[in-house]
Design a protein around this ligand. Structure first.
Ligand SMILES: Nc1ncnc2c1ncn2[C@@H]1O[C@H](COP(=O)(O)OP(=O)(O)OP(=O)(O)O)[C@@H](O)[C@H]1O
Ligand SMILES: [Mg+2]
Length: 248
């Protein structure tokens, strides 16, 4: 069997008296698309933060392929291939769309970066950035200022920024939240079309989006894994229906 892309063993995160993530053990195979669901406050975002290094787990171990990353900071985990969506607050509103993608790329690969050298003097990077924007449906917006983008287009840009770091594993926390039905449909189509060699872990409240995209689903409840299974198994489970949908 190949080395898992992500392996969590007994991962926990305590905030004062609250065990936000409680002894989570799970394994995600390379190339797998795993969706994490669960009610509000279940600990989904906290678990993501522990894995990407945004916060430090208070217990357990986290491996990315064959590397133990539990003690590494977020930047080191990014270097090793963990990608996540940037909050839109990390985006430079008065730079163009393509400039933002270039900065995300340069942020990861510091060797290629010389201070004050104009961005246009990196032609290969420019080409890669343009291709990345095509992949998220923003090819035509490359030279527009970010502040001119619609909310939905900013979400597409967040995806492009995450992809610009060439992640081996990509973490998406409710990428479609707050979008209109048509924007949601577009973004979930873009996510489905991502290369299969990128392992994907996604938190998603919209069950249609979640079940259409997932190879496997993990249900989190009160910080713990309640169930893991195929989309069909999870949907059919009476306990999940009770907890997650509020009815049986
Ligand atoms: N920085 C923090 N300090 C204290 N408590 C926190 C912190 N971050 C999260 N929590 C608590 O941890 C629990 C899990 O929160 P988390 O945001 O991970 O849930 P979630 O499953 O992502 O919920 P949602 O579906 O609403 O996004 C909640 O009770 C939350 O209040
Ligand atoms: Mg959350």
């Amino acid at each position: 069997m190949s080395v898992p892309a992500i392996q969590l063993v007994d991962v926990g995160k305590r905030y004062g008296g609250l065990q936000a993530v409680d002894s989570v053990t799970l394994t995600v195979a390379p190339g797998e698309r795993r969706v994490l669901i669960g009610p509000n406050g279940a600990g989904k975002t906290t678990l993501f933060h522990c894995v990407t290094g945004t916060v430090r787990a208070t217990s357990g171990s986290i491996r990315l392929f064959d590397t133990e990353v539990t003690q590494l900071d977020e930047a080191s985990r990014t270097q090793l291939g963990m990608g996540r969506t940037f909050q839109i607050s990390n985006v430079f509103m008065d730079l163009t769309v393509v400039e933002n993608v270039l900065l995300a790329r340069l942020g990861k690969d510091r060797r290629k970066w010389t201070a004050y050298r104009p961005l246009r003097r990196y032609p290969q990077l420019h080409e890669a950035a343009a291709a990345g924007l095509e992949a998220v449906g923003l090819g035509a917006r490359a030279n527009d200022l970010v502040r001119l983008l619609s909310y939905g287009e900013r979400r597409q840009l967040e995806l492009a920024l995450a992809l610009a770091t060439s992640p081996r594993v990509l973490f998406l926390d409710e990428p479609c939240a707050g979008l209109s039905p048509s924007e949601r449909q577009l973004l979930s189509r873009l996510i489905s079309a991502l290369p299969r060699d990128i392992t994907l872990m996604m938190i998603e409240h919209d069950m249609d989006v979640a079940l259409a995209l997932a190879d496997r689903v993990t249900v989190l409840h009160r910080g713990r894994v309640m169930l893991e299974g195929s989309p069909d198994e999870v949907q059919a489970d009476p306990e999940v229906r009770e907890v997650y949908f509020g009815h049986v």
